[in-house]
Structure formats: C-alpha cells, structure tokens
Design a protein around this ligand. Structure first.
Ligand SMILES: NC(=O)c1ccc[n+]([C@@H]2O[C@H](COP(=O)([O-])OP(=O)(O)OC[C@H]3O[C@@H](n4cnc5c(N)ncnc54)[C@H](OP(=O)(O)O)[C@@H]3O)[C@@H](O)[C@H]2O)c1
Length: 369
C-alpha cells in the first residue's frame, strides 16, 4: 500500500491558479465481464481532464485474497485530486478510478479470505491499489480492509481513517502527548486538523488551541471542543498564544499549513516542546532556524502517516486500532462537513480545491439500510 501525501500540497497553489484544469466529459474502455449487471464508476481517462461517469460490467473474478465491496461512501483526499490531474508524485496510467478511502459492505469474498464475510461493514484503504472508491463497487485486498464500528455510519466511516489515523500517529506516537498538555493545532477546521482537535481533547484530555482562518471556523471549533481559538487571518499566532495562556508556551504543535505559520508556531513552543510538521497546505515549505529549537531544547518531528504502511506496518496498524478503539468507546466523533453524489465528483474536487470545506468531504454513493 502506498500513501504519499505531503509533496502534493506543494502543488496546491499552482492547481488553483490553473484554469485549464477544469473538468469535462470523456470516455474509456471497460474491464472483464462476470454478469450482465453493471455498475457506475468515475473515470479519469486523461490526466487533467474532468472525470466522467461510466457504466461497467461487474468486475472480473476475484483473486483468492480479494473482496468485492458495495461502496457506500468515499472520502475525498487531496492526493486523489492531484492524481487525477497528473500532478501527484505517483503518476497513474489512465484510465483509472480514484478514491482511496472507502466505506461499504462486502458482497463477495475470495477463496482464501477467512476473516471477512458477505454483509460485513468495512473501511477500505486502497490508495494506488486494485480499484478506486469513486464507484458503486470496488475490489480490495483483504489486508487493506478493517471493520467499521457499529456506532459509526458509513458516510462518517469514509471520512475517518486517513485524517484520524494521521492525527493519532502524530499526537500519540510521534509527540507522545500527555494528559493536560497544551496543544496548538493549525488548519484546525480542515479534515486532519479537526481530527487532531478531537483526539487531543477527547482522548488525551489536553488543552487545545485551534488555529484557523475566519470567525465562523473559530466558532465551529469551539463547538467541537477547542478550548481557545486563533483566527490567523486576523491575529499573529505567537502574540495570541502569549495572550491566551498568559506568557507560557505550548507543549505540542501540530501544523498542517507550513510556511510562516509553522515558524510562528515553533516560536510559541514551551521548554522541551514538540512541533509536528504534517502538511504544507500553504504550498510553502519553510526553512526552520535550528537555533529556535536549540534555545528551548525543542524537537521538530516530521509525520507521514501513509509511509508507515510499508516502512512500519505495525505502527501503521496501531494508529488505526487506536482510532477504532476511541470510536468504539465513543470518545471521538468524526465530522463530515459536506457530501456530494458520485455524479458530482468534479464539483466535490473543486469545492476542496477552493478551500471551502470544513471537516471532511465525502462522496455519498449508496444509502445505508
Ligand atoms: N503527513 C501526512 O501523513 C498527512 C496526512 C493527511 C494530510 N496531510 C496534509 O495535511 C494538510 C491538510 O490536509 P487536510 O486533509 O486537513 O486538508 P483540508 O481539509 O483541505 O484542510 C486544509 C486547510 O488548510 C488551510 N490552509 C491554510 N493555508 C492554506 C492555503 N494557502 N491553501 C489552502 N488551504 C490552506 C485551510 O484552512 P483555513 O482556511 O482555516 O486556513 C484549509 O481548509 C494537507 O497539506 C495534506 O496533504 C498530511
């Protein structure tokens, strides 16, 4: 399994600026046949062109370790959008169906799959593997399938694992967050930031300062449990942190924005503080002056959740198990800010690119009964 997120953000700004990358219809060939039934899938036929919805015959026979899933919902990740535009580091050959974060129900299992059965509600992580989730059906290897807790609907499930897995790995394993610590989280109303707010507050019982752009997002973050908020479109983070926590520094920073925001956050660290660099939504990777870390005996820690799938599968699975446990115990509550139907996938991608989203954006493909 290959997840490759951070470098794509460097391209965010150039994508937004590029008007020639708007979507529009195109068609492609179909795969093998199993029956006369058909299913719909969004297809990228040419990198940079709009996706098109095509009808396909049911997938060809499953391999022994595969499962066939009726897709109920698919989370949208920035990597999907860039992949379709040909701007992601892992170039895919067309035609393909995007969507790596899927929730649905198993409708068939391969002959060697013993731990899953028809009807199971599952999450699937299929980035770059087998078929994509922007379709009524998808095929996945059983090793990339996880059970969905009973208390989570499949739309929320499709918007959970990537953002919460990243935030859990970052805060629990990399920063070794402790109860009661002060945590500063940037892009806090975005998918990853909001998951971090939820985990820091409700799993670790920390004091959370959520940083975001705009008053409405600040209000929303307070409702979601943030103790304090900073609107960085208005206030300087460092000054506002000082004011909010009376001259002290924060123990942990989790930054999704990069650029001056990360530099400003590092200046807000306490003695022995830990700063996590998780994303560069600003499109800017900053050079961090090492002396700012030295002066406070602080640490700067890189986090690339997807890379753990191959480099350290045990830690990767642990991050997912910790999320599933917190979900089962009702400690955390994923938030899907907006859903789009499959045939509006191009509009959904544009919505994310336009920075309109709060929490996760999900394609809702099939109602859950
Ligand atoms: N390292 C990892 O393993 C990993 C995993 C998942 C995601 N990521 C990365 O983390 C970042 C956030 O991901 P996400 O899924 O939370 O994204 P998202 O839901 O789209 O949120 C991104 C937020 O970043 C903020 N932002 C600040 N400056 C921005 C700019 N110049 N352009 C666009 N947005 C800007 C915006 O919030 P405001 O309006 O409030 O500023 C925006 O809503 C991305 O760069 C993503 O690639 C990394």
């Amino acid at each position: 399994m290959s997840f490759t997120t951070p470098p794509e953000v460097l391209l965010r700004q150039s994508i937004r600026a590029c008007s020639s990358l708007r979507w529009g219809p195109k068609f492609c060939a179909t795969g093998g046949q199993r029956s006369t039934r058909s299913y719909r899938a969004a297809v990228c036929t040419k990198l940079g062109d709009p996706l098109v919805i095509k009808e396909f015959p049911h997938p060809a026979k499953l391999k022994e370790t595969e499962v066939l899933i009726a897709t109920h919902a698919t989370g949208i990740n920035f990597a999907d959008i860039l992949t379709c535009k040909g701007l992601y580091q892992d170039r895919r050959r067309t035609p393909f169906t995007p969507g790596g974060e899927i929730a649905g129900k198993i409708i068939e299992v391969g002959s060697e799959v013993n731990n899953l059965k028809t009807g199971d509600r599952v999450f699937v992580l299929s980035f770059g593997k087998v078929t994509g989730g922007a379709a009524d059906l998808c095929v996945a290897d059983a090793t990339s399938v996880f059970p969905v807790p009973k208390n989570l609907n499949l739309v929320d499930a499709a918007g959970t694992i990537v953002s919460y897995g990243t935030a859990m790995l970052a805060l629990a394993t990399k920063a070794r967050l402790k109860k009661g610590e002060k945590v500063l989280i940037t892009a806090a109303a975005g998918a990853t930031g909001l998951a971090a707010v939820d985990i820091a507050k409700n799993v670790f019982d920390c004091q959370v300062i959520a940083v975001c752009g705009g008053e409405e997002k600040c209000k929303f973050l307070k409702e979601r449990g943030a103790d304090m908020t900073i609107d960085y479109s208005k206030d300087k983070i460092r000054d506002k942190v000082k004011e909010l926590i009376k001259g002290q520094g924060v123990d942990v920073v989790m930054d999704q924005v990069g650029g001056d925001t990360l530099l400003d956050c590092i200046k807000s660290l306490a003695f022995e503080g830990r700063a996590l660099t998780v994303g560069y939504a600003s499109g800017n990777i900053p050079n961090v002056p090492a002396n700012q870390l030295l002066l406070k005996s602080a640490s700067l820690i890189g986090v690339f959740w997807g890379s753990y799938a191959q480099a350290d599968p045990a830690t990767f699975k642990k991050s997912i198990s910790q999320v599933l446990q917190a979900l089962t115990e009702n400690k955390i509550k994923p938030y899907v800010g907006k859903t789009f139907p499959l045939d509006q996938i191009n509009e959904a991608y544009q919505y994310v690119l336009d920075r309109k989203s709060v929490g996760k954006v999900v394609l809702k493909i099939k109602e859950e009964d």
